[in-house]
Design a protein around this ligand. Structure first.
Ligand code: SF4
Ligand code: SF4
Length: 133
């Protein structure tokens, strides 16, 4: 299974060997999807490939090393009660994280999300919220 996360390191705490070191310690695989570096912060979006226990261990070690970790499934929220199933987000999502169910209701899988924000910016009824940063 996989879990997408945003990892924020203060620049002074981050070295390039840090993630490989934590991967080794926790017995996980971590695929980096994108990295943004500012003078004060390193922000990494990635996907942990491991069972839940190992993924949580990976996150625990990251936090001990000074990172703030946010799971995408917890910072992106979809409210099915607001959704009018217009399909806008389905057509704009670059990763097929949003699909129609057989009954034409809409399903989000934030473990496939790359935070492009197309759904958030274009939903006409604000059924998608972002709780990150
Ligand atoms: S933020 Fe982008 S990638 Fe994520 S679910 Fe919305 S449209 Fe898809
Ligand atoms: S854009 Fe908004 S209303 Fe339309 S299908 Fe997506 S979540 Fe539902």
């Amino acid at each position: 299974m996989s879990k997408r996360v945003l990892v924020f390191f203060p620049s002074k705490e981050y070295t390039e060997s840090l993630i490989p070191e934590i991967v080794l310690k926790s017995g996980t695989i971590f695929n980096t999807i994108k990295t943004e570096v500012t003078p004060t912060q390193v922000k990494i979006m990635g996907e942990i490939k491991a069972n839940e226990e190992k993924a949580q261990e990976f996150i625990r070690i990251l936090k001990r090393r000074g990172a703030v970790v946010k799971e995408l499934g917890l910072i992106m929220r979809f409210d099915p009660d607001k959704c009018v199933a217009c399909g806008m987000c389905v057509s704009l999502c670059p990763t097929n994280a949003i699909t129609f169910n057989k009954d034409f209701s809409v399903r989000y899988d934030f473990d496939e999300c790359v935070l492009c924000m197309n759904c958030f910016k274009n939903c006409p009824v604000k059924a998608v919220s972002y709780l990150g940063d």
